[in-house]
Structure formats: C-alpha cells, structure tokens
Design a protein around this ligand. Structure first.
Ligand code: ADP
Ligand code: MG
Length: 326
C-alpha cells in the first residue's frame, strides 16, 4: 500500500469526527476555536525501544502516545481539541500492525474528544518513531503553570504513584513473583495511563502550580520548585500507593525509592493555598479521582525534602534524587 492509501485506510476514519480535518485529503486542517479561547500546544515522541517495548500491543502504543500528550494538556488545565500524528515507520511495518494501532488511536480520539486532523507518514530504515502534537483550548486567561507555587501552599497528587515504574519493571523482568492481578495492574498502568483531564479543568483558579508526573514524583516536584523559586517538603508515608504496590513494597521495602523517583505515572502534582482545601476536595470528587495532600511549600530555594525518608528505609543516594536537602 502506498502512503496515500495507508492514510486513507487507517487514519482518515479517525478524522471523520472533525469536518475541519477535510478528510485528511488537503494540505492542512482548519479548526474553529471557541471565542476568547487560547490554544495550548504540546508534542511528545515515542521511540521503539526507548519509550515502549517492541512487542507491546500496537493499540496500547497508540493509546499511550495519545495519553502522554493529553496528560500535558491536563496539567495546563486545557481541554483537548485535536491531534496531529507523525508516523515514522520501518519498512517492515505490516498493514495488520497499522490497523491495530489505528484502532487504539481511534478509540482514544473518541474517548477524549481529540480527533486526528493531520500529520505526516514516512518510511525509515531506523526504529519506529511516533510523534503526536496535541492541541487544546484553555478558556479565557485560565491555565495552570509550574510557576505559581508559594510559601505555605499545600502539595497534592492525584491517583497513586509508582505503578508506572513497577509496570516497566514487570515488563522488563526486573519484578517477578507477582500475583496475576498485580501483574496486570502494573502493566496496564504503564501501557495505558489515565490523563487527568477532568481534574485539570477543575483546578483552574484553584491550583497555584501544576505539573503531570512523567519524570517521577521527586523530579517533577523539583520542576515546580525551580519554576516557582520555592522549596518543598513532603512526607513519603503520605504519598498515595496502590494496594498492589503496597504488597510489592511489603516484600521489598527497598522499592519505595523507585516508586518516588520512577516516572510514567501521569498523575497531576499541584499546589494550592490551605484556604482551598475544601475546594480541592470538591474538585477531586467532581472529577472522580482521589487526591492526597503530601506536603507543603516551604519558601525560597529550589529543593525537595523528604521528611521520613530514613525512617522508611528510602536510600536517597541509590534512588538518584538530585533535588533534596538533608
Ligand atoms: P503534504 O505533502 O501536502 O504535506 P501529505 O501527503 O504529507 O501532505 O499528507 C496528506 C494529508 O494527510 C495531509 O492533510 C496530512 O495532514 C495528512 N496525513 C499524513 N500523514 C498522516 C498521519 N500519519 N496521520 C494523520 N494525518 C496524516
Ligand atoms: Mg501539501
């Protein structure tokens, strides 16, 4: 199949929901924006062998590609509008693989209201590379940034932390002896993360700073600290951990450091003033996602401190943490 047949067969159906995509048959898409809205743009690339594993199910690769980008929109408090895909495909890519990939992409495009409106398709002798550009809309002036955290603010995180890195360890054979349920839980969270779009929208006007946890809780809290020129102090024991992760920790307490420093969680990490506690709880309720208060912003500097690290047997040196004080 040639490039145009490939686009018409696999990608044009995903564009059908958006008339502005012009059926992927023109030079570019033309999108209407809500009056007064601002465009929020982001792009993430996934490379075979780096960001996903060669044998991963193609539909899951598509959904991860979609979701890591939508997670960035969530962290800005934006609503998805459309996505563009650059597919750099090894010549050996089969039509069956593409069909499954497109199916996963179509499913998430529907779920999140993010139609595919354009892109590029090329063949390569190198590895499979997939990049997605996500376009979102922010209403009026309201966006969430990393730079507004202030002394005394509470620090919160959504969902649970650490399942992503445990999923990667499971898939690469570094974590074994798991129950079937734990195995499935970790790998699902690694392969198909949940962008917290509903929560992000509800945090507009409430959160003083926000980031999605892609590099790891400690590193990403460090990014808020750097951008906001503040320090942070968290209690490791208050970081929300899933029950399968708790079970894994029970048999290997040394894993705690990996949970706090591993990436791929795609939860929202944010700050808000203590006056906003009730409003944050309401926002979390309405968004249908749990939110835990894990610490506080502690004034100037740019460091992340973990109060009970030693008591919990977290070896910060082997965890490779860079942003903390003793
Ligand atoms: P051009 O040569 O004008 O850049 P292309 O032939 O590369 O256009 O693409 C034709 C149309 O198909 C364009 O609208 C483009 O956005 C779309 N397209 C190409 N590849 C993809 C893809 N992987 N996903 C979605 N749309 C694509
Ligand atoms: Mg053209």
């Amino acid at each position: 199949m040639d490039e145009f047949g490939l686009i018409a067969r696999h990608f044009a159906p995903i564009a059908a929901a958006e008339p502005g995509a012009l059926g992927l048959s023109d030079d570019a898409a033309v999108l209407d924006l809500n009056p007064g809205a601002r465009l929020v743009c982001t792009k993430d690339a996934l490379v075979a062998g780096v960001h996903f594993l060669e044998g991963d199910p193609p539909a899951d690769i598509a959904r991860k590609l979609m979701r890591v980008n939508l997670s960035d929109l969530a962290a800005m408090g934006a609503r998805p509008r459309a996505v563009l895909l650059a597919a750099v495909l090894p010549r050996s890519t089969t039509d069956e693989w593409l069909g499954q990939f497109a199916q996963g992409l179509a499913e998430d495009a529907r779920t999140f209201g993010a139609p595919l409106v354009g892109g590029d398709t090329v063949a390569t002798d190198g590895p499979l590379v997939l990049t997605l550009t996500a376009l979102g809309e922010a209403e009026g002036a309201g966006v969430l940034t990393r730079s507004g955290a202030q002394d005394g603010d509470d620090i919160y995180v959504s969902g649970t932390i650490g399942d992503g890195v445990l999923g990667l360890r499971t898939l690469t054979g570094l974590l074994s002896g798991l129950s079937a349920a734990a195995h499935d839980h970790f790998t699902a969270r690694y392969r198909v993360p949940e962008p917290r779009l509903g929560l992000g929208l509800k945090l507009i006007g409430l959160a003083t700073a926000c980031i999605d946890v892609s590099d790891g809780l400690i590193a990403d809290l460090g990014h808020i600290c750097e951008n906001s020129k503040v320090s942070a102090r968290i209690t490791a024991a208050s970081v929300p951990i899933s029950s399968p992760a708790r079970a894994a920790l029970a048999s290997d307490p040394g894993l705690f450091a990996a949970l706090l420093s591993g990436g791929d969680d795609y939860e929202l990490l944010f700050t808000a003033t203590p006056c906003a506690r009730d409003a944050v709880a309401t926002a979390a309720n309405e968004a249908g996602v749990a939110v835990a208060r894990i610490g506080a912003i502690t004034g100037a500097g740019a460091g992340v401190e973990i109060i009970d690290a030693e008591a919990l047997g977290i070896d910060l040196k082997t965890a490779g943490f860079k942003h903390f004080k003793d």
